[in-house]
Every structure is written in structure tokens, then in C-alpha cells.
Design a protein around this ligand. Sequence first.
Ligand code: SF4
Length: 291
Amino acid sequence: MKVTVDRNSGFCWGVVRTIEIAEERLQEERELYSLGPVIHNPVEIERLRVKGLTPIAHDDLARLSGKRVLIRAHGEPPETYARAKELGITLIDATCPVVTKVQERIRKFYDSGYQIVIFGKKDHAEVIGLVGQTDGQAVVVKSADEIGNVDLTRKTVLFSQTTMDKPTFYDIARVLREKIAEVVIGTFEESALDFHAKDTICGQVAGRDKKLREYAATNDVMVFVAGRNSSNGKVLYDICREANPRSFFIEQENELQPAWFAGAATVGITGATSTPQWLMERVQRAIETIA
Ligand code: SF4
């Protein structure tokens, strides 16, 4: 049985950058807090915890005066920066530059009087940071069926949480265009970064669909490794399973079941943008041993 790891899977550069920033700062001093888990992967969180990175919730900020707190790749709303300043907390801002760009774009349209519609999940940390740019006024929708709260008389701009799927985004755009006289599709501005320019869905996620489909279809069995609360993991796993119904989702190697691999000649291992390469290699070794 041939077991391979998908060359196109693993951390996106935004997550790599966040972890590099955290590890650099941990070398200066072993005490560092991250506002929320630094990525949606419990195994990687534990590795960083051993080095001194402690995840905290917003309610914990009040007792961390004088300490250092990392803002993770998803970003934060302006209130968090203001609160940290008030409390004398040093913020280490590791917001992904792609997310920062979307925040800036939203703020600009909001300040110009546009109604902001965001395609995303309203409780997702990135979306909370995006909505924060609009004093909480943005309307968040998960599909075209949810545009009931959108004011159809106002000039409107549609943005996307960076990890959402393109077909739904363009469906929402189509419906808004049918109902509202002035609709702008929010994009990343031209910049040195290699962005996809037609929406604000991150190229690191969107580019993966096609390659993942191809890779999943060429293997008899697929093992998808990700944290269960990774939004990007869920999207990519659905694509994987569509291309190969013998796909299995795990967080780590102790969940593997030998029966999954019965009669398989090839097994592919892939993951979300928050899945570390070392973890997928560990899963690879485990499959080679058990199957
Ligand atoms: S998926 Fe894209 S937007 Fe999200 S952290 Fe990675 S590079 Fe940044």
C-alpha cells in the first residue's frame, strides 16, 4: 500500500507567519498569551503551549495588565486594540495581512456610506473583526436566503470572510444585484501580495479546491487531518469527500481505523490550512504501521 502526503496541503503562509511571530517572541520571553487558540488545531496548540504560549479568552484580558498578548491570524475588532491600550497590555499583532487588507477595505467603504454585507459565519473570529470595522453595523449572511436583513434601498458592498466558498459568494452577489440598484463586489486592492482580485476569498484556500479534487480522485482512500472546529477544514473536507467518498476526517493518528484501508492500494493524506506538515507525516507513519 502506497501512502502519500498531499504536497499542496498544510499551513497557508498566513498561519506560518503567525506561528513564526509567536515562536520568535517566545524566544525573547517564555510568557506569551494568544487571544483565542492561535490556529484551529489542538495538536499544534499543545506544541506551542509547551513553549510558553497560553490561549486566553477576551474576559481574561482584565487580569493581564503589563503582559504580552498575540493577536492571531483571524484579526480582532478595533475595540480589542482600545481595551488592550487601556489595560497596559502589549499587543503583538499577527493578523494575517490578507485579513488586514479586508478589514481596511471594509472600513473604507463603511466610511463612504455604504451598507456592508459580509458573506461569512457571524460567530467566526475573523467575521467579528470585520464587523468591528463597521461599528457592528455590517449584515452577515451565510447564503442568498439570508438577505432579509439587508436594506435594499441603500448602496451596498459585498465582502467575504476569507475562507468561504466561491459559488455561494457569487450566488449572493447575483441576488443582491437583482434587488439593489448599486452593488459593489468588494475585492482586495492591487498590492504586492499575490491576491485573487475578484472577491475577498483567500487564494490560499480557493486555489486548493482543484488540486485537492485531483489528488483525492487519484487515491483509493483519503485521510483528512484537521481540527474539528476549523472552518477551512470543513470546506476542504467536503471537497475531498465529494471527489472520493472513501474519505475520513481525523484530528490525530489515534483515531485511525484499520478497516478503512481494506483492499486499498493507495492512501492520500491531506489537511486544512491549519494542519501542520509534521502531523500529516506522523499520520502517514501510523497508517504504514497499522494497515
Ligand atoms: S487562509 Fe488566507 S487569509 Fe486565512 S490565514 Fe491563511 S493566508 Fe491568511
